[in-house]
Design a protein around this ligand. Structure first.
Ligand code: UDP
Length: 330
């Protein structure tokens, strides 16, 4: 297939692109490089440095794209709380611009990078409950709200056209794609995610490591998340591409179904890196959900998706290898 990857110079988009190319697809990337990196774009892949708002310049009726994988988005929870307008503009309005182009071009397939956090604290009452696709939605911050709005837009769009769309609701992506062609991994600036921040602290590359809250209603008082290896996440996109159906919008939750508390994550980072990693307790972070753990039974059943690296220690070990590689080249 000929595919457009928006946000393909970013963390997850670049790793999905690597897998699409390996599977024999033809890929073009659109990215404004506000957060992505030009060196994440493989040689020979046409690259359009453009805002998502200008996607119609690339996704034209004549370009002949068979599908779009849409990653271009703002992704920081805390920033979304302080600056919601940015999230409505880039995420919601940007997707409107994409859908206008998709409609005009008659593009048949769209895979969307959604988030498990659209469900908010749904499993808060029963921490053992895993979140299914039909669980109630209750986003706790503008980032998650913007992703939910897009899921709803896609449902409406498919209802009135031949577009086949899939929303993949990621739980917590981590790890890296290690390859002789160069490692791809997480390098957000500023970094906000737990695992890369803990690795920076373990490497002695940042001052203090702050743990945001230890008074939640969980066994050790810290928030619980479901970490999924980014390569397993990427594989689901390729399966989803083959699973789209005209006029239908499907949703799949992607996680391993195992919850790890922030304190447990810190312990595994200590094991993997051998660092002491001192922790400074800080207030709760605005907008944080308490327990977010996926049921991915539907993805296993309907997509035939099987995660190959579900162990947190393997996920963190790959992230650590990438961290050292990235530091070594800068
Ligand atoms: N977290 C933390 N210290 C940090 C970064 C994150 O304690 O420096 C916590 C955060 O409050 C949340 C968990 O780690 O409870 C996962 O946060 P992350 O931003 O990685 O993912 P998300 O919020 O999207 O689940």
């Amino acid at each position: 297939m000929k595919l457009l990857v928006t946000g393909g110079a970013g963390y997850i988009g670049s790793i999905v692109t690597r897998q699409l190319l390996a599977a024999g697809h033809q890929v073009e990337i659109l990215d404004d490089l506000s957060k992505g990196f030009r060196d994440n774009v493989p040689d020979g892949v046409p690259f359009h440095q453009l805002s998502i708002h200008d996607v119609a310049q690339v996704l034209t009726p004549d370009a002949g794209f068979d599908g779009v994988l849409h990653f271009a988005a703002k992704i920081a929870v805390e920033e979304s709380v302080s600056n919601p307008g940015l999230y409505w503009d880039t995420n919601v309005r940007g997707t409107l611009d994409l859908l206008d182009a998709v409609r005009a071009a008659g593009t048949p397939r769209l895979i969307f990078s959604s988030t498990g956090t659209v469900h908010g604290n749904v499993s808060g009452d029963d921490p053992s409950a895993k979140i299914t696709e039909d669980a109630p939605v209750a986003p706790t911050n503008p980032y998650s709200s913007s992703k939910l709005m897009i899921d709803l837009m896609l449902a409406g769009e498919c209802g009135g056209s031949n577009l086949g769309a899939v929303s993949l609701r990621y739980f917590n992506a981590a790890g890296a794609s290690l390859s002789d062609a160069g490692h791809l991994g997480e390098r957000h600036e500023p970094e906000t995610h737990l695992i890369p921040i803990a690795l920076q602290a373990a490497a002695g590359d940042r001052g203090e490591f702050f743990l945001f809250g230890d008074d939640y209603d969980t066994p050790d008082g810290t928030c619980i998340r479901d970490y999924i290896h980014v390569e397993d996440l990427a594989t689901a996109h390729l399966l989803a591409l083959d699973n789209t159906e005209p006029g239908q919008h499907k949703i799949f939750n992607l996680g391993n179904g195992n919850g790890y508390s922030n304190k447990q994550v810190i312990d595994v980072v200590r094991e993997v890196t051998g660092a002491k990693l001192p922790v400074t307790l800080a207030p709760r972070r605005d907008g944080d959900a308490v327990v977010v753990v996926a049921s991915s039974e539907k993805a296993r059943r309907e997509l035939g998706w099987v995660p190959t690296k579900p162990r947190l220690s393997d996920i963190i070990a790959d992230a650590w290898t990438f961290y050292q590689y990235d530091k070594g080249r800068s």
